[in-house]
Design a protein around this ligand. Structure first.
Ligand code: ZN
Length: 125
């Protein structure tokens, strides 16, 4: 689960998102890391969702009202993804926790980089 290896043979049971789940792990070390990851993800998922909801109900209408910049939405979302790099359960099972974390952080950084480019373009125009 953590490293995303497909030949994982051991299983572990863990409560995640209020449900009992069974994950495949390749070693005991992998199990420990998976448990740590899921515990953290479980704890922070509501904060991430709360942050996204705040962006959607406050910043999206404000951005539409002001006619931009997109930076107002992209920077908070990017920061949220950097601080809470947790993906969906499906992504987690497909990629493994390690790569899913890298993916989430990459998306976060991309959003921030797009924002910086947008600011530079606006300053030049
Ligand atoms: Zn593993």
């Amino acid at each position: 689960m953590y490293c995303g290896k497909k030949n994982a043979v051991l299983t572990m049971k863990i409560k995640f998102q209020d449900r009992e789940h069974e994950f495949y792990v390749c070693s005991r070390d992998c199990e420990v890391k998976s448990r740590q990851y899921l515990k953290k993800a479980d704890k922070n998922a509501s904060r991430f969702v709360g942050g996204v909801i705040l962006v959607v109900i406050i910043l999206v209408p404000l951005e539409a009202l002001l006619g931009g910049p997109l930076t107002m939405i992209f920077v908070p979302l990017g920061l949220l993804m950097l601080i809470y790099p947790f993906t969906s359960r499906e992504t987690l099972l497909f990629l493994g926790a390690k790569r899913a974390t890298i993916l989430a952080r990459t998306i976060g950084i991309t959003l921030i980089v797009i924002s910086i480019i947008e600011i530079i373009i606006r300053l030049l125009c």
